[in-house]
Design a protein around this ligand. Structure first.
Ligand code: 5GP
Length: 178
């Protein structure tokens, strides 16, 4: 796998340092509450596992699985729900935990969908944000890192279901997908 990576963008130490900071911020902001961390599978699985361990207040967790139509590198914004939420979100403080925001279309869909469950509050925590890719305005309360418009894999993020188990975030060589 490593031979398909052109450069390491964030190594394990950088990722864990930043996630610790995010966890501390969330613990402070939600002090006295028990938020529901809603992990969006599969890309956010590794992020979720580390983020929840860095939060020091009680949390509940749940998972949603979605898939987006279109080619495997660009989301179309048309999302299919493969696994729905189990926890009753009515009146709860919900934090969506996502891997990456590019166009923002998937996140917009998710936020609209979760809003219909009448949460008390709804926030979003994403590991990576690509500001230059945004096609719509979508608010994100917690961002791990802002990145340039490169296709990245590792730490849960895939290309054609591969590379998720890399412990770092790296740029995929163009020759792999072109
Ligand atoms: P959006 O709807 O914001 O354009 O795209 C979000 C989804 O597209 C992410 O959840 C992810 O599945 C995929 N995506 C966008 N950029 C990247 C990237 O650089 N690497 C990988 N592996 N997936 C990406």
């Amino acid at each position: 796998m490593i031979q398909d990576i052109s450069a390491i963008m964030f190594d394990e130490r950088q990722i864990h340092t930043r996630i610790k900071e995010l966890g501390e911020q969330i613990s402070k902001d939600y002090c006295g509450k028990t938020p529901v961390l809603l992990c969006i599978l599969k890309g956010a699985s590794m992020f979720m596992a580390d983020l929840m361990r860095s939060i020091t207040i009680p949390v509940e967790i749940d998972f949603m699985a979605i898939s987006s139509y279109g080619d495997s590198r660009k989301s179309s914004g048309v999302v299919q729900i493969k696994k729905d939420v189990d926890v009753n979100l009515d009146g709860r403080h919900v934090i969506i935990v996502e891997d990456i925001v590019d166009t923002g279309l998937s996140l917009k869909y998710l936020k609209d969908y979760i809003s219909k469950h009448n949460p008390n509050s709804l926030a979003t925590c994403v590991l990576l944000d690509k500001p230059s890719g945004h096609k719509i305005e979508v608010s994100v309360e917690y961002i791990g890192f802002q990145v340039a418009n490169e296709f990245v894999v590792g730490y849960g993020l895939d290309y054609a279901q591969k590379y998720r188990n890399l412990p770092f975030i790296g740029i995929l060589k163009e020759e792999v997908y072109s």
